[in-house]
Design a protein around this ligand. Structure first.
Ligand SMILES: *Cc1c(COP(=O)(O)O)cnc(C)c1O
Length: 402
């Protein structure tokens, strides 16, 4: 029988759960886009967006998903034929590289595989191999949503500085923003790419760029820009329509206003700590399920290199796909597919899955996912270690305290 009726839970790494407060803020008649409540409200978004990323510099919003936000960054960063170094630690690093390459950028790719972070020595070597400083930018994913590998952005900046390479440091924080700690200015990041539908808890449709003064100055003459992608009027436009190159994304903006209010009400350190605790609960459950069952394991061995927004794991083919199907049809929970770990027509594909814990997620939601996963493992006869739920509960108890 199915026990799925009730409120469904989409535990995939984006789009994430939309809070009722965000939905309610979007539930309104179309506003005037020339004057009044909408432009006045938008004025209040910029400081909160910058505080979220840890920057005093600039932010721009595009009406796009994450792929569009990549193109927005590329168009402003580069001129045709410019060189860039992309550091890939999962499918999304490759995605950004492909996007830049297709736009005419000469991309040099360093691939660190699917389970490990950027190797800083290899990065230093690649930068030293460019004494003429032809590499214009270094692009890296903060948390790669496919692998759940997290990179140490401050350490990457440290390598650029130690080598004395002037490339702009550009970070895809689409998954991690609002989940993992981000300190753009402290870490010397020049451009951050974000999107609305992950840690920001808003439907897909807003791409966000955070831009340093240095990037703004260095990119004044980039010739990949077309009028829609040019960040200049979005950052400095005198008229409201120029911020969007046309009609504003009216309802998304009201949703974003509410999500930023929620994040800053909770406080960024508390938001980061909540994500860290829920991630640890998920990791602990997998560790127990996998004890004595080598088919079950987290994708990233070292907890220091795991993102806090999503966990990629393997379960042995075809059990990951069977478990995902079981959870959706019997328990009302949808887990993420394994992305970029194996081709969809490869039987190994059915051995990978991802559990999202990003955005509007709390202890009962994450413990609920883990409990229904364990029910599924039992129903399907997948061998697993016993005691995962009480171990995960102990993590939550310790984090939440008395
Ligand atoms: C989701 C995601 C993307 C792609 O975003 P889309 O909205 O699906 O285009 C890119 N990079 C990272 C790190 C992501 O998590």
């Amino acid at each position: 029988m199915s026990l799925a009726n009730g409120r469904p839970y989409l535990a995939i790494p984006g789009p994430s759960v939309i809070p009722d407060r965000v939905l309610a803020a979007m539930h309104r008649a179309s506003p005037n886009i020339y004057a009044g409540a909408l432009p006045e409200m938008v004025e209040t978004i910029w400081p909160d967006l910058k505080r979220l990323a840890g920057t005093q510099h600039h932010a721009a919003i595009y009406i796009v998903n994450g792929h569009g936000a990549w193109e927005a960054a590329n168009a402003n960063l580069f001129s045709r034929g410019d060189r860039a170094l992309v550091l890939a630690t999962g499918r999304f690093g490759h995605g950004w590289a492909e996007s830049a390459q297709a736009m005419g950028v000469a991309v040099e790719l360093l691939d660190f595989g699917k389970s490990a972070p950027v190797d800083l020595d290899r990065l230093a070597e690649a930068l030293r191999a460019d004494p003429a400083h032809r590499l214009r930018a270094v692009m890296v994913t903060h948390v790669d949503t496919a692998s759940s590998v997290k990179n140490d952005i401050a350490a990457i900046r440290g390598v650029l500085d130690a080598v004395g390479h002037p490339a702009l440091l550009c970070v895809d924080a689409i998954a991690a923003m609002g989940c993992d700690e981000m300190r753009m200015d402290d870490w010397g990041v020049d451009v951050i790419v974000g999107a609305s539908q992950k840690g920001l808890m808003v439907p897909p449709g807003l791409g966000i760029l955070w831009v340093s003064d240095r990037a703004l100055a260095r990119c004044r003459d980039s010739d990949l820009r077309t009028p829609y992608w040019d960040w200049t009027p979005r950052l400095t436009g005198r008229e409201f329509w120029q911020l969007w190159c046309g009609t504003a994304p009216t309802h998304h903006l009201f949703g974003l206003r509410e999500s930023l209010t929620m994040i800053h009400e909770e406080g960024l350190p508390a938001v980061w700590a909540r994500h860290a605790a829920l991630a640890r609960a998920v990791w602990t459950a997998f560790d127990v399920w996998g004890a004595g069952n080598p088919d079950i394991a987290l994708n990233v061995a070292d907890p220091a290199h795991r993102g806090h927004a999503v966990t990629a794991a393997r379960l042995g083919a075809p059990h990951a796909t069977r478990l995902r199907d079981w959870l959706e049809t019997r328990a009302g929970v949808t887990l993420g597919i394994g992305l970029g770990m194996a081709a969809p027509d490869d039987p190994a594909y059915h051995g990978f899955l991802r559990v999202a814990h990003m955005g509007h997620v709390n202890a009962h939601m994450t413990l609920g996912v883990l409990a229904t996963m364990e029910a599924g493992l039992k129903a399907l006869g997948v061998p697993h270690g016993e005691g995962a739920l009480s171990a995960a509960a102990a993590v939550v108890a310790e984090a939440a305290g008395a």
